[in-house]
Write a protein that binds this ligand. Structure first.
Ligand code: KIV
Length: 272
């Protein structure tokens, strides 16, 4: 069976909502720098997420908490310079929007003005509803994020699947509906049971993009370094690796080192 695909010239918040209505799945990947963003945009990705996972995969922190707004703006502006087609969503980092909607708006405006990003993503539901509303009043598109929200890792204690219990699942459904009602254009669901994610996707008219949330949602997102197999120590069940770049790159680096040491590189043709 062939899947009818509409070609979107430039992906917008509106085209994503149309994709859901047309049952076309949305493909999202993270990127944090110019070169990778250019490759993934040319490959035809719908959304690049400049995730605060940059704190882990780019800066080597154990959690996403230390990354700053200035650092997110640096990563996002590098991505923006590379892309021609996809939508770029930028994470608001920890401490820049919780508990103070005015600060949230200021942070979102800085992202939009200084990086040129197209939308922001915030983690949480009813607790951050004032911040979400205030950002939306400035005409800034907001993507929600529920389930395993890594900025709350010290509250959860582990990175295991969320909302397995009824009470947490019900709160997640209420929060998802609230985020849609507030005006969010899409929602990320991270590491929740597939049945729950499918139920949420069916209830909402905005796209639900899953990571470790099964196939019944409207799109998928992965961290680029994980799907390329660069982070070989990270092995969650939901992760599909499309390359084994850790081994490939190690091999290339070892060959280079050996060639330099053995005087094989550079040869006659590789010099002036
Ligand atoms: O920061 C990030 O990469 C994310 C994705 C895991 C959804 O928020």
């Amino acid at each position: 069976m062939s899947v009818a695909k509409k070609q979107y010239k430039r992906i917008t918040v509106k085209s994503l909502i149309e994709m859901k209505a047309n049952a076309e799945k949305i493909a999202m990947l993270t990127a944090y720098d110019y070169t990778m963003a250019k490759i993934v945009d040319h490959a035809g990705i719908d959304i690049i997420l400049v995730g605060d996972s940059a704190s882990n995969v780019m800066a080597g922190h154990e959690t996403t908490l230390p990354i700053t707004l200035d650092q997110m703006i640096y990563h996002a502006s590098s991505v923006i310079r590379a892309i021609e087609r996809c939508l770029v969503v930028v994470d608001l980092p920890f401490g820049t929007y919780q508990g103070n909607s005015r600060k949230a708006l200021e942070s979102a405006i800085r992202i939009m003005k200084e990086s040129g990003g197209h939308a922001v993503k915030l983690e949480g539901g009813s607790e951050i509803s004032e911040s979400v509303s205030r950002i939306l009043t400035a005409g800034i598109p907001v993507m929600g994020h529920l389930g395993l929200t890594p900025q709350s890792i010290y509250k959860f204690g582990t990175y295991t699947v969320r909302a397995k219990e009824e009470a947490e699942a019900n709160k997640l459904i209420e929060d998802a509906i609230l985020l849609q009602e507030l005006g969010c254009f899409a929602l990320v669901l991270e590491k929740v049971p597939a049945k729950l994610a499918e139920k949420v996707a069916k209830k909402l008219s905005i796209p639900v993009i899953g990571i470790g949330a099964g196939a019944g949602v409207d799109g998928q997102v992965l961290v680029m370094h994980d799907m390329l197999g660069m982070t070989h120590e990270f092995n969650p069940r939901f992760l599909r690796r499309y390359l084994n770049l850790y081994d490939e790159m190690s091999g290339a680096f070892k060959n280079y080192i050996a060639d330099v040491k053995s005087l094989d590189f550079p040869n006659e043709k590789e010099q002036y």
